[in-house]
Design a protein around this ligand. Structure first.
Ligand code: SF4
Length: 360
């Protein structure tokens, strides 16, 4: 059995030859030449990557860093523009915290991110994982970085057979044992890359794995069964309604959602019921935001959030030019871009557009 030091050395050698080319990453060759990662880019990518895939984040990261190349630029950006650019990435509390954090770093810390985990964790929106990742990747602190990829590799490498919910402390301790004092950032990224490209969830490619010799799950023939998962709890289903109102000049009625809660701070169609969880609102009994001949789209919108499935009834109407809504504001056609809407809100727009033409 290889010792932790030898496994880490083997992983780093594998990473030197196989590191993924990612827009936010300073690869091992550049690191060896003395190029240092920009903590702003590391932090931004790690916040974006929470609950999201590398492929989904790529274009958002490029767009954000083109618009706001450093933390001061992001801190000075209007909230609505940042929320609009974030639309589609989901988990919108992250975008609100992103801005809060940028402003603390720019205004109170002179634009410099703290170097250690404890100080990073005091910043808005930075939890244990992000603090460890930024400390390790940006500053080479020997922080223990544990995401889903790392948990999977540890569970297999050491054949941890407890279910994941119970095994987390042990997997973290094992990841800590493997973390070297030098090149901690590259080590963290090496384990994550191995999990993403070789030790994948569905089909671990053990024959190509640099850790195949010491891997206990491979030896026991149970690699594909680990990590074991606790039985899934079924998500509840909520129902609700949204109202899509359009004027003849193309203006649409939108409202900014409250800062806290589901899709907080994002633009949306005036709606009822669906974000309260009370299942009270089935459509016809919802109060429309403006008087009109409302029709119900034959297409229901279905969307899954972390904690529930949502089925939305979409009501739509063409409204008069002088209509005075009780909530929301009309946004001129030139200022309306569906790409600025969260995914579920955009789905409702598509359902309304696909419906037969409304009459005033
Ligand atoms: Fe994963 Fe297989 Fe490598 Fe073990 S040998 S770490 S199961 S890919």
């Amino acid at each position: 059995m290889l010792q932790a030091k030898e496994m880490s050395a083997a992983l780093l050698a594998w990473y030197d030859a196989n590191a993924r080319d990612l827009p936010w990453r300073v690869g091992p060759a550049a690191r060896a030449r003395g190029v240092r990662p920009d903590p702003y880019r590391v932090w931004l990518s790690e916040v974006m990557l929470q609950q999201t895939t590398v492929a989904a984040v790529d274009r958002y990261f490029r767009r954000f860093t083109a618009l706001w190349p450093d933390v001061q630029a992001l801190a000075a950006a209007p909230d609505a523009q940042v929320m609009g650019e974030w639309a589609g990435l989901g988990y919108y509390a992250r975008a609100r915290n992103l801005l809060k954090c940028a402003r603390v770093v720019a205004d109170d810390l002179g634009g410099a991110f703290p170097r250690d985990e404890a100080a990073l964790r005091r910043l808005p929106g930075i939890g244990p994982y992000t603090a460890a990742a930024v400390a390790a990747i940006a500053f080479d602190w020997p922080a223990v970085v544990v995401d889903g990829n790392v948990e999977r590799v540890m569970a297999r490498l050491f054949a941890v057979e407890e279910t994941l919910d119970k095994a987390k402390p042990r997997l973290r301790a094992l990841a800590g044992d493997l973390t070297p004092q030098t090149r901690a950032g590259d080590h963290a990224q090496a384990v994550m890359d191995l999990g993403a490209t070789v030790c994948t969830a569905r089909a671990p490619a053990c024959a190509q794995c640099v850790l195949r010799a010491p891997c206990r799950a491979r030896a026991a023939g149970i690699a594909g069964d680990l990590p074991r998962r606790a039985p899934r709890v079924a998500r509840p289903v909520r129902r609700g309604v949204v109202h899509v109102a359009r004027r003849a000049d193309g203006a649409v009625l939108l409202e900014r959602r409250p800062g806290r809660g589901l899709l907080g701070g994002m633009l949306g169609w005036p709606g009822d019921g669906w974000d309260r969880g009370d299942n009270a609102c089935q459509g016809a009994d919802a109060t429309p935001p403006v008087a009109a001949r409302w029709q119900t789209s034959p297409v229901e919108v279905r969307h899954t959030f972390t904690h529930f499935h949502l089925i939305l009834t979409v009501r739509h109407a063409r409204v008069r030019a002088d209509a005075r809504p009780s909530r929301g504001d009309f946004v001129a056609a030139d200022d309306f871009d569906p790409a600025d809407l969260p995914t579920v809100i955009r789905k409702a727009w598509n359902a309304a557009r696909a419906a037969p033409q409304d009459e005033v």
